[in-house]
Ligand binder design. Structure first.
Ligand SMILES: [Zn+2]
Length: 68
């Protein structure tokens, strides 16, 4: 999968707004200062078990985009 595909999937799952990432499923939020911690999904969120490090994922996707 290309970095662009990964970015599309990321934006389906997350919303980035003013240095805060929001989960589109549970609307939990994590500011950039807390990026090293697991994402605080709310109970019952469908992404809770599969997506806990959106900042790291975004960093990886961005560095791949810059190389391609
Ligand atoms: Zn969530």
């Amino acid at each position: 999968m290309s970095a662009a595909d990964d970015l599309i999937i990321w934006t389906h799952r997350w919303k980035l707004d003013a240095h805060t990432i929001q989960c589109r499923c549970c609307h939990g939020r994590q500011p950039e200062q807390l990026k090293v911690e697991d994402f605080p999904h709310l109970p019952g969120c469908g992404y809770e078990s599969t997506a806990s490090t959106p900042w790291a994922s975004l960093d990886t996707i961005c560095s791949r985009l810059q190389k391609s």
